[in-house]
Design a protein around this ligand. Structure first.
Ligand SMILES: [Zn+2]
Ligand SMILES: [Zn+2]
Length: 147
């Protein structure tokens, strides 16, 4: 598939980016680090090459050292805490992994694969049967929104 242009931003808007990505490479990761670091049951990512990634703003970083000694840099907004991307090396990374939650076009970017399924939350593999909370209308008192 052709590459497409996407835009991303943290929740407070201090950090924004533009990237050119291949939608065929959107993947879900169920690894325990993704669960722990993202605070979510799993994470979805799309890779981008450095030359196709244009960042504005200065994220805070957390360097995770794997058992292998490899370092992965996790970048997030120091003001609002939004997860933005990781990179495969501290200096001169070969690729960035953009966090889908910060991508404006995320609804269209359907994941094509999922990894580390052995550590997936068993219930996260199919949430379609979980009852949906009705959408509130203006006549109803507002439920606490946005977590
Ligand atoms: Zn922010
Ligand atoms: Zn992961």
């Amino acid at each position: 598939m052709e590459r497409i242009q996407i835009q991303g931003r943290c929740h407070c808007g201090v950090i924004t980016y533009e990237a050119s990505i291949n939608p065929d490479y959107v993947v879900i990761c169920h690894c325990t680090d993704c669960q722990n670091i993202s605070g979510a049951p799993y994470r979805a990512n799309v890779p981008v090459l450095p030359e196709n990634f244009h960042l504005r703003g200065q994220p805070k970083t957390y360097v995770k050292t794997a058992d292998s000694g490899n370092k992965v840099v996790h970048a997030f907004c120091g003001d609002c805490g939004s997860a933005l991307y990781s990179q495969d090396a501290v200096e001169a990374p070969h690729a960035f992994l953009l966090r889908l939650g910060a991508v404006k076009q995320r609804a269209q970017l359907v994941p094509k694969k999922q990894g580390f399924c052995q550590s997936a939350m068993p219930w996260a593999m199919d949430i379609s049967g979980i009852p949906k909370i009705p959408i509130r209308t203006k006549s109803q008192p507002p439920a606490k929104s946005g977590n």
